[in-house]
Design a protein. Structure first.
Length: 485
């Protein structure tokens, strides 16, 4: 394919929605796969919805996910500016062209008239409220007088009734709309700003966008856009409308049922690789049952032809699973960097642990964690000595003979010199024989004493990481603190 240029065109509402990330990702994958350009354009013409810092947040979230754009705010490009609020004169110029060829017209109707019209149409049970083209009957002279008089106005698209508007969509095939069901859309609002429809089409044309890849919620706007392209005698881009995202109960994905902002997932400790992998599968598959992907493989395999029409269910379980998978596939060195950062953000002090200590913790816990923060929550005993002990484990593993037995074990550990894992094992074996008890009688209380819990890596793995001094001190603490009746 030649000259592939695609864009992600968000309205900055304050955060990047996961649906937005899916749209951005599919555009990005399509561009990279076809050696095209991925453009970020900010559609900020709705001044009522302006949110301070929203653009910066959005760019930050895209970058975090690894979606670098080739043109856009911050990076520039030869089709800028890339913020629609900086392109207002361009839209004015083009709307004049539409007015002069009869494809758009001034409308001076008051808000009040429009409301009455709407009420009447609702009474008649019309499927949707539509403007009645009242101002299209104004003569040129009347329009000029009203303009000279500075009467407030909007500019509307003049939709010719009684014909079919047809366009092709890569995902949905041939799509048809009846022009009688399409409203004479406002193109320029009374504040002089363009609506989404005008600005979007003008910019897609001027920025030479080859493919418009966006969410299904924009499908019903597309007939208006198609009419605009045709009115300007511009070539239409190729359209691909991505399926809706659904909650597990198949309702439209909404904030009420969970997190929808990329930032929320980031804060919760999801890896960007997992989130990108997960989002890529919301409406696309390669035709096999592969689910684990890195970005480079997605780029290699992604095609718009394999995007589904049916809504895609947002399954949090799968995201959790992918996170665990991506985490486990990381090298210990990569995990080390992530863990260090996690400790820096926690109540623990990074100065207490040297690098080789952390690497040993990683080796012991790697298969047991699904999130980086679980290194701290599932095995806090690597970062601080237990203060309290799991009650059920105490009940189960601690009896009146335990203190004397553990004391003996501790004494045996004490005489070891630079012990390795096997040395601890031998020492415990020896004490068990001397006491004539099964090894379990020592292993379980030892685990409880050093880790406060009954689960986790093998007890000798824990002990060798903690070291002799710490192990002995923890046994001593447990002997003082654990009281049974
Ligand atoms: N500004 C629209 C949005 O917020 C863009 C839709 C489109 O891609 O055309 O999603």
């Amino acid at each position: 394919m030649e000259n592939i240029r695609v864009r992600f065109a968000p309205s900055p509402t304050g955060y990047l929605h996961v649906g937005g990330l899916r749209t951005a990702l599919y555009n990005y994958l399509f561009a990279r796969r076809n050696n095209g350009k991925f453009i970020l354009r900010i559609e900020d013409t709705d001044r009522n919805r302006f949110v301070e810092g929203a653009v910066e947040n959005l760019i930050e979230a895209l970058k975090w996910c690894g979606l670098e754009f080739d043109e856009g705010p911050e990076v520039g490009g030869s089709f800028g500016p890339y913020m629609q609020s900086q392109r207002l004169d361009i839209y004015q110029k083009y709307v004049q062209e539409l007015i002069s060829n009869g494809n758009a017209y001034y409308c001076f109707c008051s808000q009040q008239r429009l409301e009455v019209l709407k009420e009447e149409q609702q009474k008649q049970k019309l499927p949707q409220a539509k403007y009645d083209k009242h101002c299209l009957t104004l003569s040129k002279k009347e329009v000029e007088e009203k303009l000279a008089n500075k009467d407030p106005f909007v500019i509307r698209l003049n939709i010719e009734p009684n014909h079919r508007i047809i366009f092709d969509d890569i995902v949905r095939g041939k799509v048809e709309f009846d022009s009688n069901n399409v409203d004479d859309q406002v193109l320029i609002k009374s504040d002089g700003y363009p609506t989404y429809h005008l600005a979007n089409v003008v910019d897609d044309h001027l920025m030479q966008i080859s493919h418009v890849i966006r969410g299904e919620e924009w499908l019903s706007s597309t007939p208006k856009h198609v009419l605009l392209y045709d009115s300007f005698k511009w070539e239409r881009p190729i359209f691909a409308h991505l399926p809706l995202l659904l909650n597990p109960d198949r309702s439209k994905l909404s904030k009420r049922q969970g997190d929808v902002a990329v930032e929320d997932y980031r804060t919760k400790g999801f890896l960007k690789e997992a989130l990108v992998n997960f989002v890529a599968l919301l409406g696309w598959n390669a035709g096999d049952d592969q689910e684990f992907y890195y970005m480079n493989e997605l780029i290699e395999k992604f095609t718009l032809e394999r995007v589904n029409k049916a809504g895609a269910v947002f399954d949090l379980e799968k995201l959790n699973w992918l996170n665990a998978e991506h985490l486990r596939k990381k090298s210990n060195e990569e995990l080390f960097i992530l863990l260090k950062q996690e400790i820096l953000n926690s109540q623990f002090s990074i100065n207490n642990y040297n690098d080789s200590y952390l690497l040993r913790v990683i080796a012991a816990m790697k298969e047991r964690v699904s999130f980086v923060h679980e290194y701290l929550t599932k095995s806090p005993y690597f970062f601080e000595a237990p203060k309290e002990y799991e009650e059920t484990a105490v009940q189960k593993n601690w009896n009146h003979e335990t203190p004397a037995q553990l004391q003996k074990l501790s004494d045996e550990f004490n005489i070891l010199v630079n012990p390795e894992k096997e040395d601890y094992e031998h020492a415990l074996h020896k004490v068990a024989e001397e006491l004539n008890v099964g090894k379990g009688k020592l292993i379980h209380p030892l685990r409880l004493a050093v880790s406060a819990t009954s689960t986790g890596p093998g007890v000798f793995d824990i002990v060798v990481i903690l070291g002799k001094e710490e192990t002995i001190s923890r046994i001593k603490n447990a002997l003082e603190k654990i009281k049974i009746s």
